[in-house]
Design a protein. Structure first.
Length: 92
């Protein structure tokens, strides 16, 4: 869980997550949206991948990244639980 929240702590990574909500994107298209060097973008993508938030798919020479919804849902459930806002199971 720490890796996941560390990955989400950087604004560029949160922006990448937002971009991927619309669907998979090529790494070059992601990089074009930022004024950063290619190695910096690669580092951000690797941090998101290591946290399980995105998964890469190779298509020829291109790597496309896809948002992993299950990891996002897990983080939200954790936050809701510690905030005490998780829905309580109904009592019989």
């Amino acid at each position: 869980m720490n890796t996941l929240f560390k990955a989400l702590s950087h604004p560029a990574r949160r922006r990448i997550i937002e971009m991927l909500r619309a669907g998979p994107m090529a790494s070059g298209d992601i990089a074009a949206a930022f004024d950063m060097s290619w190695p910096t973008i690669t580092g951000h993508l690797n941090a998101l991948k290591d946290a399980g938030l995105v998964s890469p798919e190779r298509e020829g020479q291109t790597i496309r990244y896809r948002l992993e919804i299950s990891a996002v849902e897990e983080a939200l459930a954790f936050l809701m639980d510690i905030a005490g806002t998780a829905p309580k199971e109904s009592q019989p």
